[in-house]
Design a binder for this molecule. Sequence first.
Ligand code: AMP
Length: 212
Amino acid sequence: MRKILILLGPPGAGKGTVGKKLSENWNIPLISSGDILRENVKKETHLGKKAKEYMEKGELVPDSIVTEVIKERIKMDDCKNGFILDGYPRNRKQAEILDGILENDNKLLAVNLVADDEFLVKRLANRRVCEKCGAIYHLINMPPKKPGICDICGGKLIQREDDKEEIIRNRLKVYKKETAPLLDYYKEKGVLKEVRGDQELEKTVSQIEKLW
Ligand code: AMP
């Protein structure tokens, strides 16, 4: 049976960091729609060019664009034992599409990582990411050993364009309007759990691991 974890929750709740740790512990891939889109923007692919304007404003990229890349990604061989989704689905339509793609032989859980807005804004404003390998740091809580340099690959740490306060606030607004209704979708299916995202990483990770 495939293990499928959908990480839900607002931007900054820790989906990427928690997902990475669980992906290592469980040996299944972490699939981040945001990372895939950013990679496409960086490489200036056809898809990246279409997604860029939405991402810069903190708006959602049209479903058709994101769905295409996710569909392709979860077909890959490394997903045969399961995978973790971060950032997808982002609205009800995407959740329905995902249901349509997945076969029946899955154990699926959706975990909602919760935290207050002000906590999220602070965490995102202090977030830095490696431009090479995508590793995530926090200037105060999880700083790199050498300022500005990734511990893992030596790449340069940058601030995401959409981690500027004004854009962060818009992303939170978009989350509440478009993504939060998804919680009901998974609640009705009986697969939704809630875990706090504003505690120590290890605690969040172990609470999620106990849910299986
Ligand atoms: P994230 O890295 O998850 O914060 O995503 C960064 C940006 O990528 C979002 O603000 C959206 O513009 C876009 N994005 C990522 N995932 C999705 C998705 N599932 N649907 C639509 N847009 C997305």
